[in-house]
Design a protein around this ligand. Sequence first.
Ligand code: DQA
Length: 144
Amino acid sequence: MPATVYVLNGPNLNLLGLREPEIYGSDTLDDIAGMLEDRARDLELDIEMRQSNHEGHLIDWMHEAQAQDARAVLLNAGAFTHTSVALHDAIRSIRTPVIEVHLSNPLTRETFRHESFVGRAARGTIAGFGALSYLLALEAAARF
Ligand code: DQA
């Protein structure tokens, strides 16, 4: 059975495509899921794509990823990236490698986006390439 990569998306990412397209692009989360699934087929991986506006769901799903022996978690925690010690602790609490993903490059934006509690615990970070950030993160996960 192919290994699974969890792709977890945080608050407001359900509005991708409509939300500030000049920053986040015009692809919807469904478009990104489609791209990931196409590439995952070639890499012989399964994609488990989820989105929630609630911090606790993201934490529960990271625990689930470990329980399911997932290959990796790709995590775009949205604004929780910059605020959540709980997500930081969740990443440190599981053995499953977590890759931080962002469509934009938070370091080129407002200073409140420069801190990343996710990045301080993640295996690595891919940011600034729009939807391609997710695909690049999948390429990394495929090599774990
Ligand atoms: C984001 C960057 C965050 O700063 C922001 O709060 C988001 C999206 C990104 O993918 O670029 O919601 O994670």
